[in-house]
Design a protein around this ligand. Sequence first.
Ligand code: DHB
Ligand code: FE
Length: 288
Amino acid sequence: MAHISASVYTSHIPAIGAALDLGKTQEPYWQPVFKGYEYSKTWMQQNKPDVIFLVYNDHATAFDLDFIPTFAIGTAASYAPADEGWGPRPVPTVQGHPELAAHIAHSVIQQDFDLTIVNKMPVDHGLTVPLSLMCGQPPADHFSWPCPVIPFAVNVVQYPVPSGQRCFALGQAIRRAVESFDADLNVQIWGTGGMSHQLQGPRAGLINKAFDNAFLDQLIADPAAAARIPHIDYVREAGSEGIELVMWLIARGAMADVAGGKAPHVAHRFYHVPASNTAVGHLILENT
Ligand code: DHB
Ligand code: FE
């Protein structure tokens, strides 16, 4: 049967994609950011999964205010990097895994989560920047990403957005879905977005290191408590875009300890300010 071997958590800041695409990673501003992902790239090579289930949010790219799915699962064979206004990122097309995605859709919907099924969508920085950070920067025309990816888009842009509790319970349902797929696949689940940031209004530029680090501590040690954080606390403490952190609870809910297994091993933890308007947070948790 398929199984979830590890979860990865990372910010998805678009300027990181631009720094990579424009060859600026060794500039003094960016160097400390990319240094924090050196271990992660080696870890990815040593722990290459068969499929990545990648939880992210679309930033009014594939979906706009005409159409706002709360949870959308990509069941397509491939996904093109989106043009977000300055041309598509020069990275490979993302290959999907339609069989596993369709199975997860079936299982999770039967477990009472109403997913939107998406057979065609471009993927924006929310998905491609985490892939670049973890897998390096394969040129678009020669190479591909190391494995197929199932995109799972969460609405954290237009209220009402799902609660942390709902996201945490959804992660548990996704785990059950993966474990009932009849093929020996090693699946990683990634939660992306965060950490504290606010992009607009009088509080634009807000960063809260104390909140972010407490969130990382609690996500590792007591995710059920982290799931109880209400929206208003994210917005107040982590800024309006800090609400992206609820997506990390989907990945965390899919880990073995939440289903009665052993606590995960913290393979890597990284935190850095600043990167664009955002605090960069990153964790790798392995099921043991
Ligand atoms: C920034 C961060 C984001 O998560 C995002 O989606 C857009 C911009 C930023 O820090 O600039
Ligand atoms: Fe974002």
